[in-house]
Design a protein around this ligand. Structure first.
Ligand code: RRO
Length: 312
């Protein structure tokens, strides 16, 4: 069976890669992703300057997923720009994605301009949905600010690019966001979903919040968000114009959930919590499991079942 796919005009040998933020802050981790069976890789969301991030503990695994309030720790965009400049695009079958998460539109403009000036074949995923920087609400929940940001950034990027969205919970919001995305010609994909923002995990015995930042509030990921992720993937798959793609993220712990993401409409699938917990060897397992599911169901390629979820 064939797990290949394409996003923003580039081919991926298989649909799986890391969710930005997991296993991708440092070159050593990116190298492990390159050496894994992932179909691509994406760097940690970059800000203009280096950031230490929030105080620890700031990521904790939970019985059905995880909670994090990392606070955008990253090396600063120049580190990832350098990585992208040195990336071997010719001998490497994996395309490179770079995530940018400026603390202001002005910072996003400055970073995008530097990537455009370098004229690299990497693909930008601009993060509109970090839930964890105190005092900085998620842009994805402010429709006017998001539309304005896209109208400023899209003509600068020029090439096809994508955005990382927070989960939405109301049909009116799916309609509003899809309408904005459909107005931007070179906005080629949306990545759904970022963590479900501002959950709270409390230890029963000690009666204490499990993570330190923001009084214990942090983004939820993993199995517990699968159904929210599937709904967001499918809502955008149904609404986006022909040619615009959805990258699914959220709750994939085996080939089965990956299959469901594609059935909901995903053209690629990113892995967050499970990659953090299991490490890059996860990619070999999830690939094999999805191949076995496709064989058993008689599907030869992702196109055979992408977006074909049945309704009652
Ligand atoms: O670094 C983080 O705290 C973080 C980011 Br930028 C994000 O987009 N999503 C998330 O769950 N954590």
């Amino acid at each position: 069976v064939d797990l290949s796919t394409s996003i923003a005009g580039v081919s991926l040998p298989n649909l799986f890669f890391n969710a930005s933020g997991v296993w991708c802050q440092h070159e050593s981790e990116l190298k492990e992703l390159l050496n894994s069976e992932s179909g691509s890789l994406i760097t940690k969301s970059a800000t203009f300057e280096y950031r230490e991030g929030n105080p620890s503990p700031r990521y904790v695994p939970l019985p059905a997923g995880s909670i994090n309030s990392m606070g955008l720790p990253n090396e600063g965009y120049e580190y990832y720009l350098n990585y992208a400049k040195n990336y071997d695009y010719t001998n490497n079958v994996k395309p490179l994605f770079v995530s940018l998460s400026g603390l202001s539109l002005q910072d996003n403009v400055k970073m995008v301009e530097q990537f455009v000036a370098a004229d690299l074949p990497c693909i930008l995923e601009i993060n509109f949905s970090c839930p964890n920087v105190p005092g900085k609400p998620q842009l994805g929940y402010d429709m006017d600010a998001m539309e304005n940001a896209l109208k400023v950034l899209a003509p600068i990027v020029k090439k096809p690019f994508g955005i990382k969205l927070p989960p939405y919970f109301d049909i009116a919001h799916f309609d509003a966001v899809a309408a904005i995305v459909n107005k931007i010609d070179n906005l080629a994909f949306v990545t759904c979903v970022n963590s479900v923002g501002n959950g709270l995990a409390i230890d029963f015995e000690t009666e204490t919040a499990l993570i330190k930042p923001k009084d214990g509030f942090g983004g939820l990921g993993g199995a517990m968000i699968l159904n929210t992720a599937l709904a967001n993937v499918n809502a955008f798959h149904r609404r986006l114009n022909e040619g615009k793609k959805v990258i699914g993220v959220g709750g994939v712990t085996s080939g089965k959930e990956a299959f469901l993401h594609v059935l909901a409409g995903a053209s690629a699938v990113q892995i967050g919590t499970q990659l953090k917990e299991e490490g890059p060897v996860f990619f070999a397992r999830v690939k094999k499991e999805l191949e076995e599911i496709m064989q058993a169901k008689g599907y030869k390629s992702l196109d055979d079942f992408r977006g074909k979820v049945k309704t009652l």
